[in-house]
Design a protein around this ligand. Structure first.
Ligand code: ADP
Length: 190
């Protein structure tokens, strides 16, 4: 089984690329952001708990996120592997993921980071905000909070995976097809 983690700051293009990669490699795409938004839309208990954090641009607490992730993995064990998009986002989540995967005799195969400069990304998000309907895409202060959260809580994961030789950086600037090609080269070698 291939278990791939797609990394990148908000706006780096994780969701766009995941949509291609999941079909190409027959992976189950798990986007924690999409699952939260689905739960908010359907007014589930999880959605109600997560909504305020998300709208403010903050991370949802680890316990909620980790439990949700585990149940998604358990539901999809028939796939050739997993493509995690937006998870893990904290060291605690990464450790919980390792522990959970080892309990079912699996491990993270590799992580791929889509890299791009903040200025380019903020511009992309503001553009996306015109049509996405996402409260966290509309307002520059909330977008900035997401970058602060990323730098404080998610960026340390790069060293966490580098220490295990599992981090691969990919240039996130270019056409969608070019970037899919770059990511595929890395994934083919995992
Ligand atoms: P983006 O990468 O553009 O910020 P996502 O759809 O991945 O968009 O995430 C949107 C929001 O959902 C995040 O700002 C956060 O509030 C919440 N979220 C998603 N994944 C996680 C996670 N692994 N841990 C905590 N919160 C998360």
């Amino acid at each position: 089984m291939k278990l791939i983690v797609l990394f990148g700051k908000p706006g780096a293009g994780k969701g766009t690329q995941a949509a291609f990669l999941k079909d190409k490699y027959n992976l189950c795409h798990i986007s924690t952001g999409d699952i939260f938004r689905f739960n908010i839309k359907n007014e589930t208990e999880l959605g109600k708990k997560a909504q305020e954090y998300i709208n403010q641009g903050q991370l949802v607490p680890d316990s909620l996120t980790i439990n949700m992730l585990k149940s998604e993995v358990e539901k999809n064990m028939d796939k050739a592997g997993f493509l995690f998009d937006g998870f893990p986002r904290t060291i605690a989540q990464a450790e919980a993921l390792d522990e959970f995967l080892s309990s079912i005799n699996l491990e993270v195969t590799g992580t791929v980071g889509l890299e791009a400069e903040d200025d380019v990304l903020v511009a992309r998000i503001l553009e996306r905000g015109k049509t996405s309907g996402r409260a966290d895409d509309q307002d520059e202060a909330k977008i900035r909070t997401r970058y602060v959260e990323y730098n404080e809580k998610t960026a340390p994961l790069i060293d966490f995976y580098k220490a295990q030789n599992k981090y691969h950086a990919v240039n996130g600037i270019g056409s969608i097809e070019e970037i899919t090609e770059r990511l595929s080269k890395v994934i083919d070698n995992l």
